[in-house]
Ligand binder design. Structure first.
Ligand code: LCS
Length: 394
């Protein structure tokens, strides 16, 4: 029998996780309830013992959340997904489940700032040691591997530099040394990058970004490949409590349906914006994986199905010129976050990556003048006109 997994991702995005509902409703109902009534005491006891399937309490299971989780598991090609209260809750769940005191982690040096501080700060406090490595060179991962390395954590493209890591090569190295590979696929989405097919063991997303896509939800997700790993992660998430709620699950599930259309437009816009920036005399450099000038263009072509909607650049006038640009644009909103329908612009060194500290930032090539742009689905010419007017003032 044909299942949703037999369809292409475009169809999965619309139909995955959708069931038949009361009254013929074509979208999942929102079960906005914290708890579920038992038929009698024995029924409650059977549910708690796992002798009977059913809902108990929404930190453990909720039908609206499960519908979204099923959809994400399908579109990422995993067996199960776990909805989390934020991307950081997803990152935390993975590390809390996989690491113990005395373990070692290798982490890409260019990742979302709080991921580095979570590892070195909180997990460091509990006896986990992390090396932040330029994973764009696989040999660096090979060199950093230790007998106690349990996790190689990769963000590709990396936030905010867009530096790429070869997932396949790094997975081979990690697996040879007995470590698991976790890929933060937030910048690409399952549409543009398929980490499981390249060897990754666990995938996570900040669903706050492309998956929801409308800048109105904070949420995260972890995707795994088998039931045993799912049970291990679910236990941790139940105990630590960083679960997503039903309404946000509903919104993310709704957002998924237009992911392909949104990404198509925002990727097209991004290439136009990146080409414009590259050709402008006041711009020192532009990093966008879809540009021929991108240092890892070949890897982008091999590993990704598209270049996405994130651009990094720096102006010739450095930080001061960058500030003028960010303060003067009108359509691009000066705000952190990314992956929504609206275009955003921000300054990583003083915003998203401020918590890392300057030394670690510079090691990760997050320069003081780096500007990060998230391109939305507006009219490309109008976005370019906005940047052009801003650049004239710089
Ligand atoms: N992973 C990546 C790649 C991210 O970019 C973010 C957030 C997270 C994880 C954490 O997700 P959250 O808890 O915020 O849902 N990135 C942000 C950024 O670049 N600007 O604001 C948030």
């Amino acid at each position: 029998m044909q299942t949703i997994r037999d369809f292409t991702i475009e169809t999965q995005l619309v139909h995955a996780g959708i069931d038949e509902y009361e009254f013929g409703s074509v979208v999942p109902p929102i079960y906005q309830t914290s708890t579920f009534r038992f038929k009698d005491v024995d029924h409650g006891a059977r549910l708690f013992k796992g002798e009977e399937d059913g809902y108990i309490y929404s930190r453990m299971r909720n039908p609206t959340v499960e519908a979204m989780e099923k959809a994400i598991a399908v579109i990422e090609g995993g067996s199960h997904a776990l909805g989390c209260a934020s991307g950081m809750a997803a990152v935390h769940t993975v590390f809390a489940a996989l690491l113990s005191a005395g373990d070692h982690v290798i982490c890409s040096e260019s990742v979302y700032g709080p991921t580095t501080t979570l590892l070195s700060g909180i997990f460091g406090k509990f006896g986990v040691q992390t090396d932040f490595v330029d994973t764009s060179v696989p040999e660096n991962v090979e060199r950093a591997m230790k007998p106690n390395t349990k996790v190689v954590y990769v963000e590709t493209p990396g936030n905010p530099t867009l530096v790429l890591t070869d997932i396949q090569k790094v997975s081979e190295i990690a697996h040879r040394g007995g470590a698991l590979v976790v890929v933060d696929n937030t910048f690409m989405s399952p549409l543009l990058q398929r980490p499981f097919e390249l060897g990754a063991d666990v995938i996570l997303h900040s669903m706050t970004k492309f998956l929801n896509g409308h800048a109105d939800v904070v949420a995260g997700v972890v995707v795994v490949k088998d039931e045993a790993r799912y049970r291990q992660f679910r236990k941790i998430l139940n105990q630590t409590g960083g679960v997503i709620d039903p309404f946000n699950s509903f919104l993310v599930h709704r957002g998924l349906k237009t992911l392909e259309l949104r990404l198509q437009r925002s990727s097209e816009n991004s290439l136009k914006v990146a080409r414009f920036l590259e050709g402008h005399s006041k711009v020192a450099w532009v990093a966008y994986p879809g540009l021929r000038s991108f240092a890892q263009y070949e890897l982008a072509q091999k590993q990704m199905k598209g270049a996405g909607a994130m651009i990094a650049c720096e102006l010739r006038g450095g930080l001061e010129a960058g500030k003028t640009l960010m303060n003067s644009v009108k359509l691009f909103q000066l705000a952190v976050s990314l992956g929504g329908v609206e275009s955003l612009i921000q300054h990583p060194a003083s915003m998203t990556h401020a918590s890392m500290g300057r030394e670690q930032r510079l090691q990760a090539k997050i320069t003081d003048g780096l500007i990060r742009v998230s391109v939305g689905i507006e009219n490309a010419d109008e976005l370019i006109a906005d940047l052009k007017a801003g650049l004239e003032l710089c």
